[in-house]
Write a protein of this length. Sequence first.
Length: 234
Amino acid sequence: MIEALQSGRAIDKIFMFKHITGENVQEIKQLARTNNVPIQMVPVEKLNGFTKANHQGIVAIAALISYTDLQQVIDFAVGKGEAPLFIMLDGVTDVRNIGAIARTAVCCGAHGIIIPDKGVGALNEETMKSSAGALEHIYISRVNSLAHAVDTLHLNGISVFTAEMNSVQKVFDTDFTQPCCVIMGNEEKGVQHFLSKSADQKFTIPIAGNFDSFNVSVAAGIIMYEAMKQRISS
């Protein structure tokens, strides 16, 4: 486990027995924090469900994709002479939605997707299938704090937008040609208050009639297509 973390091998999550002891436990926890690998403390029955081998109280789930540091992705986009375009997922847990968002992000020219290390659906085989392989063709930045990620975006001159139903500004009246990141929130709870508060602009997607709202992946598709249309036309 220590060797895997030190080598930078992509690990999606570490499951650890909630009463584990041992001289290497703290080192594993520290390396996991350094590499933004989430740790979940679980009963031994959970670990036994993963493997019949002697797991010694720790099981690591290998990631299907590699994660890239957010600043590196920003530098890559700027180096290409392009205005960075990001999608940030806040509380999006349905893996089919994540896969669909990734597919649209690739098709519309987004540079990367930002996800938290906790509270987001796993990027597993089902997510990969839902994305039609798109997750292998876009940078994924996993961060331990979405608030810190917003700070990084702002420090690099990247505006942060949120889609909110009660906003007066319409999506097609929003300038997506500038460097920007759109935060997509949980369908039930929306974008968390601290992220909404830090947004530079808020917009709404008009809906005919009185129906509730778009599915999050559909909403993300509308937004990203509008961004691509503006960037092609500018």
